[in-house]
Design a protein around this ligand. Structure first.
Ligand SMILES: [Zn+2]
Length: 311
């Protein structure tokens, strides 16, 4: 056999071994840290949180976190979280919109070939069916601007879209992962100020309603302007809406990062994502009852209050 052929085969085998290894289990080390102090929120009794799934994608645990199995089929929820506050109704992310079939074609071919999506009733229509006029929303807060989080914005014309200034710059930078956000054209974008001081170990925060019930923190990593939202209800229920920091809850519970290939494809700063996963892991451990909500873990979404149509 020719020497170059042997060399190529050895290289190929080494690459295949490295790729297989990158999917193997690797729990991130969790160093001890100072205890977290949770400022006392003053949520109004009317504050409520609802999940609105507007579709899903079929995937595998192995693609979501290191150590997940390829035979472990997972449903990735695609949708919005609705927060109803006396000062106004807010959506976190916009889920799949009415034109999702066209929107999915703005994504990389590899994603289109390797995953199948299923569309359900879009968020704007789900709101209307529940007796909530979408045109009266106070705004949509984007955890980040990837296509599956902005698709439904098209059905919500004129609604303010709140996001981190770095995420708006990411959209305007021409990065391929924000292609759909650019195609959706001019939106009423409003950038968030993070001037409300440190919060749960994050350096700065934005208290959305001024009562500590919905607090946003900067969490750059998955994208440059990713954010996390903490929501505290009057009955003591508390949630962390973490966007795509982890796709499935094991990312936080183990904690474990995405395998190399998906990490390379979707994460802007993998080291920052690792640090945030460890931080969230510690928060979940130390704040009893904190429900960490990855944007795409259907099992977690199924346990949230669901927005149902009015009879
Ligand atoms: Zn994303």
């Amino acid at each position: 056999m020719k020497r170059w052929l042997i060399g190529s085969l050895i290289l190929l085998a080494a690459a295949a071994t490295a790729l297989a290894w990158s999917f193997s289990g690797a729990v991130l080390p969790v160093p001890a840290g100072a205890a977290f102090t949770l400022p006392t929120p003053r949520p109004p009794p009317e504050l409520q949180l609802y999940a609105i799934a507007s579709g899903s994608m079929a995937s595998r645990a192995a693609l979501a976190y290191r150590g997940g199995s390829f035979s472990d089929h997972r449903v990735f929820a695609m949708g919005s979280i609705l927060v109803r506050h006396p000062q106004g109704d807010l959506l976190f992310d916009a889920g799949f919109g009415r034109s999702v079939a066209a929107h999915v074609r703005t994504t990389p071919r590899l994603m289109q070939w390797t995953s199948q999506y299923r569309a359900a009733t879009p968020v704007a229509d789900r709101l209307r069916a529940a007796g909530i006029a979408p045109e009266h929303l106070r705004g949509v807060v984007l955890t980040h601007a990837h296509w599956d989080h902005v698709s439904g914005l098209e059905d919500l014309p004129g609604i303010p879209v709140w996001l981190h200034a770095a995420e708006l710059a990411f959209i305007r930078s021409g990065d391929p992962s924000t292609e759909l956000a650019r195609q959706l054209g001019a939106r009423d974008y409003r950038t968030l100020e993070f001037s409300d001081g440190a919060y749960l170990g994050f350096a700065s925060s934005h208290d959305l309603f001024g009562d500590g019930s919905v607090v946003l923190v900067e969490a750059p990593g998955h994208t440059p302007g990713s954010i996390i939202a903490f929501v505290h209800l009057a009955d003591g229920a508390r949630y962390a809406l973490i966007g795509d920091l982890a796709w499935q809850i094991e990312g936080v519970e183990l904690p474990a990062e995405r395998p190399w290939l998906p990490r390379r494809l979707v994460d802007h700063d993998a080291a920052a994502v690792r640090d945030l996963l460890v931080h969230l892991h510690r928060l979940q451990r130390e704040l009893p009852g904190l429900v960490v909500v990855p944007a795409h873990d259907q099992r977690v979404w199924d346990r949230l209050p669901q927005l149902t149509p009015t009879p």
